[in-house]
Design a protein around this ligand. Structure first.
Ligand code: AMP
Ligand code: MG
Length: 354
């Protein structure tokens, strides 16, 4: 029924006939205090029973995650939100009814039943209903809220396939449900909606345009700077989510200048004898000759760029590239989430051409 790698059970739930048995076994592991990685529409999550503090503690250990970086709690039904949050403003209910199941996480005032280990000691809890049949089936079979951050080692790109989870966590967790690749490919949007005012803490699968349209008011963004004394509104903001093992240069330029700028930069490093990896749209890839190239999709389809981003970054990390040059995209729609992840990967190496 399953494979085992380094003690971790691998359940291939794409093979339909045995899937219900596998899901029941995975739910049994979660109820018993174990860790199960599962597919969602955004990225793979590493789940534990959210109401079992000891089980949740194991997530931080398995990932090597700082204990003050809280987790998102996943539920199967809107009704379960009442168990976790003590105040649900009308705007939060409107957003949940519209976007759930889906890639929108709502930050709300937490109930005492939610262990501190889930929320990093904050008085708020982040919750969503994922839109993936395997995630929903697992949550229903478990019958409990499941705390689940992305199922990668801390500092690595989020996993968008079961193989990515196995590469990082085999031997460190109890089981992985393999439901194939994740459709969205970037994490959920995190919105602090306490008091009814939408504050965007992390761009993700649901766009600020969609949120503003539904609520009829503008979504505010956080412009938190690392060097201020103020604590970040979302603890995750102070951690580099992912930094490639080699420097990544992100080139921001008007479309008509992008090709020449990237070609020039590539030339400069090649002349230094460096093996250059390029991270490009298919449009630019067609125009450039490269040592190593990863193609994300069309620069006019942010959904394609998002779906392929983390897999491409993982492959570049494994390649011979000594540095990466990445193309910048429009921040409209889902492009905002793609560019947020690319900027994090680049750190200070963002090159802006007017
Ligand atoms: P991950 O699932 O790995 O993307 O990590 C979850 C993200 O949610 C992290 O960036 C956390 O900082 C953020 N998060 C979780 N709970 C809260 C909360 N109560 N308030 C603000 N941000 C949160
Ligand atoms: Mg993560």
């Amino acid at each position: 029924m399953y494979n085992k790698i380094g003690g971790t059970l691998i359940f291939d739930v794409k093979a339909a006939p045995a899937a219900p048995l596998m899901l029941a076994e995975a739910a049994r592991i979660l109820v018993g205090g174990g860790l199960v990685a599962f597919p969602t529409e955004t990225v793979y999550g590493l789940g534990a029973n959210a109401l079992d503090a000891q089980a949740v503690q194991k997530i931080y250990l398995a990932k090597g995650r700082p204990s003050d970086n809280p987790l998102i709690v996943h539920i199967a039904e809107f009704a379960q939100l009442q168990e976790l949050a003590c105040e649900i403003p009308p705007a939060a209910e409107k957003l949940a009814r519209h976007f759930w199941p889906g890639p929108l996480t709502l930050v709300l005032k937490k109930r005492a039943a939610v262990p501190d280990v889930v929320t990093g000691g904050l008085d708020s809890v982040a919750v969503r209903i994922p839109a993936h049949p395997v995630a929903l089936a697992l949550l229903r079979a478990t019958g409990r809220p499941v705390a689940a951050p992305s199922a990668n080692l801390a500092g690595r790109p989020s996993p968008t396939s079961a193989q990515h989870v196995i590469d990082d966590l085999a031997g460190r967790i109890d089981a992985v449900l393999d439901g194939g690749p994740c459709a969205v490919g970037v994490e959920s949007t995190i919105l602090d909606i306490r008091g009814g005012c939408p504050l965007l803490l992390r761009p993700g699968g649901v766009t600020p345009e969609q949120i503003s349209f539904l609520l009829g008011k503008k979504c505010l963004s956080v412009a938190w700077q690392e060097d201020t004394a103020m604590p970040p509104p979302s603890p995750g903001l102070k951690y580099t989510h992912y930094a490639p093992q080699v420097p990544l240069y992100l080139v921001l330029a008007p479309p008509e200048k992008l090709l020449a700028e990237i070609a020039c930069l590539q030339d400069k490093y090649r002349k230094q004898g460096k093996h250059v990896g390029l991270l490009l749209s298919k449009e630019l890839a067609a125009e450039l000759e490269a040592d190593t190239v990863e193609i994300l999709g069309s620069r006019d389809h942010a959904a394609e760029l998002a779906a392929n981003l983390y897999g491409a970054l993982r492959r570049l990390d494994k390649s011979a590239a000594e540095l990466i040059i990445a193309e910048g995209y429009s921040e409209a729609g889902l492009g905002l989430a793609v560019m947020n992840r690319l900027k994090k990967a680049a750190g200070p190496r963002v090159l802006v051409v007017e």
